[in-house]
Write a protein that binds this ligand. Structure first.
Ligand SMILES: Cc1cc2nc3c(=O)[nH]c(=O)nc-3n(C[C@H](O)[C@H](O)[C@H](O)COP(=O)(O)OP(=O)(O)OC[C@H]3O[C@@H](n4cnc5c(N)ncnc54)[C@H](O)[C@@H]3O)c2cc1C
Length: 447
């Protein structure tokens, strides 16, 4: 019944991968910051919990609740463009990245870097430290220069580089545990094109020169199917050259048929006949396309994803990646059920946000995926064991098995985050099962 009500209101109660769902006590679609504040105030007075769901693209239960579930889908407007160079754009926090990218493009602006999809809300993306690739670039949260937040008692606080900058620094990656973000100001860049070159290369060559490869181009990532000799490298370089986009026909061939329809069919066969999976995996790599094009940055960064999967991603020190990849390769050969998806490797710069997965260190990202409804537990657990040896930090929105006690030591500013949480949400209004696991209860500095 409540599920039906949520559907009528257009609010997701399950995530994109379909591996998380919840039955909220009540759903709300506020239209303003004041509406949000009222819901939170009343819930807090009644001792009830509150959670926002953004684009529902996290693989963990981070956005799930049995309390009040809010969708900020109706709070999706661009509010102002300003700042010293006209690069600071203030938006309501429910705006999805695909809408944001269009709004920015119309104003001659762009996000400096993005991940590989654009379905997330801006607040959901920053809240889990969502990142793209680029060894000299930070994650999306590092672009935030001001925020408006509804705190645990329904108060509205604003923070920017002059006004409570300490709060701004911490709250950019808040895991939804500090408050409801209602507005953010993003420091954008003038819009730019990317020259995309996709090629198939020998993994050993890439590994032998890994750090140079990751630094040589603005945005580099590669996909490797364990067991295969070669990997698919994607290099995106900023360019002043005009767009030379793919024709509609070749876009449909590469992105819809190759990366989705055909790949989905291959995965279904692999799930049904796991013994054939390693051969199928090699087929996938050999079928990887080589292509070259120039297009608007956001159109190059994001791709359609219609084959559903679950994912785990770890950030480790950049220089540890080649050894870790080799170990993941060895692990895969001993698994009872082989992975049907390639491993994805990316890089990003260090930042100063306490619970950012790239806090204080240049990071290499190793992401492992498995086709939906296919065994993944021993694969992901094995990969996590390897990542533990490098003090790996799991992506907050992707599957992992860590707890507050295993994570605290991996974040030098863990206590600073917890002190901010105690200040903004002293009674745990924004807690849920996920924050209970990965952050523990709200702890007050004196306790
Ligand atoms: C196909 C796919 C591709 C992906 N690609 C990438 C990638 O390239 N790089 C990467 O780093 N990650 C990637 N992700 C992970 C994804 O970016 C994160 O999980 C992100 O948090 C999802 O954003 P969302 O809007 O869907 O948030 P949700 O999953 O709905 O929520 C995430 C968290 O944000 C909180 N939240 C949402 N809105 C607010 C608000 N207004 N105020 C306070 N808290 C809020 C929620 O309560 C929850 O705690 C991918 C996921 C999928 C499914």
């Amino acid at each position: 019944m409540r599920d039906t009500y949520a559907a009528v209101m257009g609010v997701s109660t399950r995530n994109w991968a379909g591996n998380q769902r919840c039955i909220p006590a009540e759903v709300h679609v506020p239209k303003s910051t004041e509406d949000v504040a009222t819901v939170v105030r009343e819930a807090a007075e009644a001792g009830e919990r509150v959670k926002v769901i953004g684009g529902a693209h996290s693989f963990t239960d981070i956005a799930m609740t049995d309390g009040h579930l809010l969708s900020l889908d109706a709070m999706n407007r661009v509010l102002a463009v300003g700042g010293p160079d006209g690069l600071d754009v203030t938006v309501q926090a429910g705006i999805r990245l695909f809408d944001l990218n269009e709004e920015l493009a119309q104003r001659g602006l762009a996000m400096p870097n993005l991940g590989d999809i654009d379905k997330q809300s801006i607040a959901g993306a920053i809240g889990t430290a969502t990142h793209g690739t680029g060894a000299r670039l930070g994650n999306i949260a590092t672009t935030i220069v001001a925020m408006e937040i509804v705190t645990g008692d329904g108060s509205i606080v604003r923070t920017d580089e002059q006004n409570d900058p300490d709060l701004l620094q911490v709250a950019r990656v808040g895991l939804g545990a500090l408050g409801i973000v209602t507005e953010v100001t993003i420091r954008c860049v003038p819009s730019f094109n990317l020259h995309a070159v996709e090629a198939v290369e020998v993994l050993a060559d890439v590994m032998a020169d890994f750090e140079r490869v990751m630094h040589d181009t603005d945005h580099v990532e590669f996909f490797w199917m364990p067991g295969a000799r070669r990997c698919q490298l994607k290099r995106n370089t900023r360019t002043d050259r005009p767009a030379e986009p793919q024709s509609k026909v070749s876009y449909i061939r590469d992105k819809w048929i190759g990366e989705n329809l055909a790949f989905g069919a291959v995965c279904r066969v692999g799930r049904r006949f796991p013994k054939a999976a390693p051969k199928i995996a090699k087929l996938v790599t050999s079928a990887a396309s080589e292509r070259e094009l120039i297009d608007r940055s956001d159109r190059i960064f994001a791709s359609p994803r219609h084959v559903h999967f679950v994912e785990m991603e770890y950030g480790i020190p950049l220089d540890a990646v080649p050894e870790a990849i080799e170990r993941v390769g060895s692990l895969v050969s001993s698994l009872p059920f082989p992975p049907l998806f390639p491993i994805e490797v990316r890089a990003s710069a260090a930042d100063d946000i306490p619970l950012s997965t790239a806090h204080g260190r240049a990071s290499g990202w190793i992401a492992v995926h498995q086709y939906i409804d296919t065994p993944y537990e021993s694969y992901f657990q094995g990969v996590e064991n390897i990542m533990n040896d490098y003090a790996g930090r799991p992506h907050w929105g992707k599957l992992h098995f860590q707890t507050a006690s295993t994570l605290a030591g991996r974040y030098p500013e863990w206590d600073r985050f917890q002190a901010t949480r105690a200040r903004l949400d002293p009674t745990g209004t924004f807690a849920n099962a996920y924050t209970d696991r990965v952050l523990g209860p709200v702890t007050h500095p004196s306790s």
